[in-house]
Design a protein. Structure first.
Length: 103
């Protein structure tokens, strides 16, 4: 056996020792999650979602719009027609460039 074969055999043995299983149950199946909690770092707390808040806010704004439209009222010179006009307004590329220049 020459030197390169001996080196290959040594590296193979080191790799086998590094990745061998020693009869441990692998921590890949959800059934073993609690048995192997110590293997994994604690889950960092994820940021809270603001979806519920956005849904509630959207519903409130929609109800305000419906009330404005139903009662034909005006608040701060804004009525349902102005809101509809602003929603249906098509923004042009020139408008965007003007805003970016002022920014």
């Amino acid at each position: 056996m020459n030197e390169s074969e001996a080196r290959r055999r040594q590296l193979l043995n080191e790799t086998r020792n590094l990745y061998r299983d020693d009869g441990m149950i692998p921590a890949v199946h959800p059934r073993y999650r609690f048995a192997h909690n110590s293997l994994y770092p604690e889950d960092e707390e994820l940021p809270k979602s603001s979806l519920k808040l956005r849904i509630v806010l959207s519903i409130c704004l929609f109800l305000c719009y419906v009330a404005l439209d139903y009662k034909q009222t005006t608040i701060a010179h804004i009525d349902s027609a102005v809101i509809r006009q602003q929603i249906s307004y098509q923004l042009q590329p020139e408008d965007i460039s003007g805003v970016l220049q002022n920014f």
